[in-house]
Design a protein around this ligand. Sequence first.
Ligand code: ADP
Ligand code: MG
Length: 691
Amino acid sequence: MNVPEMFGSMVFNDNVMREMLPKKVYQSLQNTMIAGSALDEDVADIVASAMKEWAVSKGATHFTHWFQPMTGITAEKHDSFLTVDKSGCIIMDFSGKELTKGEPDASSFPSGGLRATFEARGYTAWDPTSYAFIKDDTLCIPTAFCSYTGQILDKKTPLLRSMDAISGEAVRALALFGKNVRRVNATIGAEQEYFLIDKEDYSKRLDLRLTGRTVIGAPAAKGQEMEDHYFGSIRPRVKAFMADLDEELWKLGITAKTEHNEVAPCQHEMAPIFDNANKATDANQLTMEMMKKVAERHGFACLLHEKPFEGINGSGKHNNWALSTDEGENLLDPGKTPKDNAQFLLFLTAVIKAVDDYQDLLRISVASAGNDHRLGANEAPPAIVSIFVGDELNSVIESIIEDKPFKGKSSSFRLDIGTSVLPKLARDNSDRNRTSPFAFTGNKFEFRMPGSSFNIACTNVMLNTAVADALKDFCDELEGAEDFNEALNVLLKRELSEHKRILFNGNGYSKEWEEEAERRGLSNYKRTPDALVHYCDEKNVRLFKRHKVYTEEEMDSRLEISLDEYQKAIHIEAVTMLEMLRRQILPAAIRFSSSLASSVQMKESIGVSANADKALCAKASTLCDGLLLKTDELEECVAGCPAETEKAAFYAADKIIPAMEEARRLCDELETITDKSYWPVPTYSEMLFYV
Ligand code: ADP
Ligand code: MG
């Protein structure tokens, strides 16, 4: 396999453009991509025609605008290139207009009240900063999605806006250090976790099919306690899947790099090489889609839910984040000279301030019914946002705050920002704190709270905008300073003192941390609605307006959509559970207990002891009685859900989830005593330890 040749073969990337477009057109497109200048129609026509020619040569027959509505998944509407020309002949055609703008009927996508149904029109607009690609014989054109009145209805547009915001402020900050750059990009490497189970098992479980997770199921005899799966040898079937997935991703220009087993049985991970936030987000959306598709081909179902199985680890998506100039300088790299160190400390401090000031937004960006099973459980970061910087950087920060000599591993000296050189910070693996939700890992931050099924756009919108805001304040202060180093020292000392409460290097899973965090005044929103209701807090609205990322109306709509999505997810889970209990579990358990009852009768009629049968029958029957009661209660509970969205979301968290849990406990207990041949759905041991 010639990987370099295959890589990006299905992408209309820079090489192809350079080859296929007239020089002037190529230049003009470059300007649009880098400076965001508008693309004129003639240019668009030429680009479209080249794109079509390229796509057709690769076997494509259709095109689609590929966008990311608020559902979190990508949407497409395919049109063929087919056109009838004036002489009645069939030709393959694609115009600049079709490339740059599409008009899908927007009425069936969530808008949170932004777009009244009678004004159904929405439009998609080409995002030339992410390459077009071919998938399933269809040319896919990455696009933004807006309502006709200009309000955004998707996840890509705010991300692009937030990238502009942080670029602008970071460019300003770099100018303070005498650097003249055109653009700073947020760079993202999203590590994707997932489960693979046998498709046959999957298809037998209504809960997996409808909700993505098992709403019932007793634990398997073996879980992850032997710690034998993480980085363990990979099953041949899974290996074949991974090889196939790599190939599909490489063709799409996605830099799949690392594939390994994760902690839980059947759990795996794929990490790509990082890219700018926009491309990395598109790539991650495509990766998730490809994982599902390739899994099918190998007789697997790929589960992207955050908690498909109770009692073993769930899946997250680590969002590695840094800032990089157009010349490739990583601004979170501490550097080697005093000047680079000072610049690093300024950016580091901006991140610390941003994460402290906007902890709530980061928590909100990862809030969902699925992720609530992860955050705060003893396997994933807690619901409290804090930053891990490691011992060495921590002593640097302390020496700045307290104006005292810096004590490093090998040296101790007075740190004078702008003149002293920082010690080389160790990038020691063992130093990494796995329990921290937001960890500095040498030259980037790793945000570990996002759930595996998430679109990472939202998290990065929050992060980019919050850091942009901190940088803006810093630049406003430093630009006017007479003595820059002096002003920088004052600023760092003040800001680090003010925000040091967000730094925590200890065990994030411990109970003590929860209490300590409360003393420090950090927020701890355990459930999605608890977090979401803070989205439109005044400070947050001010932030997004200030950087032109969201209008207040757009925020209101997003809040409405998120609350609604949450309560609907719980509702679907509850109804699915009811259906399984009533139509599968209870009938099966009753059949089982009545078989025992017959056995008792028969045995006693011939004077044989039936004590075991009797005892088991009694136990199963009692559990069935209890389960029926809990099922009725759950049904009543679901029926009582209020109509208003916020109330419904809290009702789901307060009432429906506990009712589901009560029913589940009885069901799972029943499972453990029921004859396997009666049990109507595959069990955890069957699903997790398939052969
Ligand atoms: P691990 O965390 O498993 O030790 P790495 O630290 O090498 O692995 O990288 C994890 C992810 O972070 C990868 O997707 C990688 O591409 C990404 N990454 C590395 N450097 C950066 C950066 N500067 N910006 C964003 N992501 C990065
Ligand atoms: Mg990692």
